[in-house]
Write a protein that binds this ligand. Structure first.
Ligand code: ZN
Ligand code: ZN
Length: 43
C-alpha cells in the first residue's frame, strides 16, 4: 500500500500533481493542499 508523503499514513490510493512537487499525497492531504491554494487565489 502506498504511503502519503505528508501525513505518513498508508492509504489505498495516493494523488500527485505539480503542487505536491511529485510527492504522493493521500486524498485528505491532497484536498487540503488544494483547499489552501484555492483560498490563496481568492483575494
Ligand atoms: Zn496524507
Ligand atoms: Zn494541484
Amino acid at each position: 500500500m502506498p504511503t502519503c508523503s505528508k501525513c505518513d499514513d498508508k492509504v489505498p490510493k495516493v494523488y500527485d500533481c505539480d503542487h505536491t512537487h511529485s510527492e504522493e499525497y493521500c486524498v485528505e492531504c491532497y484536498t487540503e493542499l488544494h483547499y489552501y491554494l484555492t483560498e490563496k487565489n481568492n483575494d
